[in-house]
Design a binder for this molecule. Structure first.
Ligand SMILES: Nc1ncnc2c1ncn2[C@@H]1O[C@H](COP(=O)(O)OP(=O)(O)OP(=O)(O)O)[C@@H](O)[C@H]1O
Ligand SMILES: [Mg+2]
Length: 325
C-alpha cells in the first residue's frame, strides 16, 4: 500500500517579526542629528518567515510554527505569510506579547540593524506540536540565538523529526550577543543540511578559514552549505568541498534575506531530489535573485520570471509546472 501523501512539504519552526528598512540615507547616522532616507520598506522580516515565504513562492507547501503578539505587527506577519500561501494555523498570537521589529539601515551592500525580539523570545518547546511534524517531509529551523526559549530543545526536535522520517535543515543565523555559545554536537548529527554564512561558521567553530571550520565539523555534519555573500557559496559533503560563484548582476538593491532565499532555493531542489551541486547552484541563484528587490520577499512576486530566468542562467529546469508536491 502507498504511504499517504504528506500534507506539507516543509514545516518551519522559528521566529517572527517585521522589517522596517531605510535606504539611500544621506550619511551615516549620528547621535543627536536627524538624517533623511530617500527610500523606506515595511515588510515581513525574520529569517524563518522569509525562508517560509520564499519557499512557498517557489511552489512548495509550507507550514509555520511560531509565536507573535496579538497586535498590529503580529497580524501583518500572519497576513503576509498567508498571502504567500504559507499555512499559519500553528502560529499562536498571544495577548500580552509584543511582536518585534528589526530596523535596518542600508549602506550599499551592507547594513546596520537593531532588533527588538519581542514575542520570538517566548517560543518554547511547549509551543511545538511534535505530533504535527509527521505531516511534513522536511523540517527547517532558523535563528538559534534569537530563540532562547527553544535553544536547548532544538537538537531533540531535529532528532524526533528524523525518527518520524523527515529530512532536516538548520540555519543558525547571527548571535547579537556575539557569544556564539552552542552545543553543536547535540544538534548537527540530527541535521541533514546545515546552512550558516561564513561569519557564523567561523564564529561557532573559532576558526580562521572556512576550510579549517569544515575540518572541525566534518565528523558531525552531513551536508554543509556555507553562504559567502557576493563570493557565492561553499558546500561540503562526504569529504569534498565545492565552491560555486555568486550570480553577480548590476541590479543590486539590498542583501536582506539573501541567505534565507539561498536556503529556500537549496531546499526546494533538495526536496525534488536534485544533486547537491544543483541545490547549491540554485541556492546561489535564489540568493542572488533576492538582492534585486528591497526586503527579503519582494523579489519573488513574479515567480514565472524567476523560473524562466533561472532556466536561462543556471540551466536548471524548474518551472512551476514541476512543483515539489
Ligand atoms: N551581492 C550579491 N550578488 C549576487 N549574489 C549574492 C550577493 N549577495 C549574496 N548573494 C547570494 O546569496 C547567497 C546568500 O547571501 P549571504 O551570503 O549574504 O547570506 P547570509 O549572510 O546568510 O544572509 P542573511 O542576512 O539573509 O541571513 C550567497 O551565497 C550568494 O550566492
Ligand atoms: Mg543568514
Amino acid at each position: 500500500m502507498n504511504k499517504p501523501a504528506k500534507k506539507y512539504d516543509v514545516i518551519v519552526i522559528g521566529e517572527l517579526n517585521i522589517d522596517l528598512i531605510l535606504d539611500q540615507i544621506e550619511s551615516f547616522p549620528e547621535i543627536g542629528k536627524e538624517k533623511l532616507a530617500r527610500e523606506m520598506t515595511f515588510a515581513l522580516g525574520s529569517s524563518s518567515a522569509i525562508f517560509a515565504s520564499n519557499l512557498s513562492s517557489l511552489g512548495a507547501s509550507v507550514a509555520f510554527i511560531g509565536k507573535t503578539g496579538k497586535d498590529l505587527l503580529g497580524n501583518f506577519v500572519v497576513q503576509s505569510l498567508q498571502q504567500k500561501k504559507v499555512d499559519t494555523q500553528m502560529i499562536t498570537q498571544n495577548e500580552g506579547l509584543t511582536t518585534g521589529a528589526t530596523i535596518g539601515l542600508n549602506f550599499r551592500e551592507d547594513r546596520a540593524m537593531v532588533t527588538y525580539p519581542g514575542a520570538m523570545e517566548h517560543l518554547t518547546d511547549k509551543d511545538i506540536p511534535l505530533d504535527k511534524l509527521e505531516e511534513a517531509k522536511h523540517l527547517h529551523i532558523s535563528s538559534y540565538f534569537f530563540q532562547p526559549g527553544l535553544q536547548q530543545y532544538i537538537g531533540e526536535i531535529f532528532r524526533i523529526a528524523g525518527e518520524k522520517g523527515l529530512t532536516t535543515s538548520f540555519d543558525i543565523q547571527s548571535d547579537p550577543g556575539e557569544n556564539w555559545e552552542i552545543n553543536l554536537k547535540a544538534i548537527l548529527p540530527y541535521v541533514d543540511i546545515f546552512l550558516p554564512n561564513e561569519k557564523e561558521l567561523l564564529s561557532i567553530t573559532g576558526s580562521k578559514t572556512v576550510e579549517e571550520a569544515i575540518e572541525q565539523l566534518s565528523s558531525d555534519v552531513n551536508i554543509l552549505a556555507v553562504k559567502l555573500g557576493n563570493k557565492g557559496s561553499a558546500c561540503y559533503h562526504k569529504g569534498t568541498i565545492t565552491y560555486q560563484p555568486a550570480f553577480l548582476h548590476d541590479k543590486f538593491i539590498d542583501a536582506i534575506g539573501a541567505g534565507d532565499s539561498f536556503d529556500a532555493g537549496f531546499i526546494y531542489q533538495f526536496l525534488k531530489g536534485a544533486s547537491i551541486e544543483q541545490c547549491q547552484i540554485f541556492g546561489n541563484y535564489t540568493g542572488s535573485y533576492s538582492t534585486r528587490s528591497a526586503g527579503g520577499t519582494n523579489a519573488f512576486e513574479d515567480i514565472n520570471t524567476f523560473f524562466s530566468y533561472a532556466n536561462t542562467i543556471t540551466g536548471i529546469q524548474n518551472g512551476p509546472e514541476r512543483q515539489v508536491t
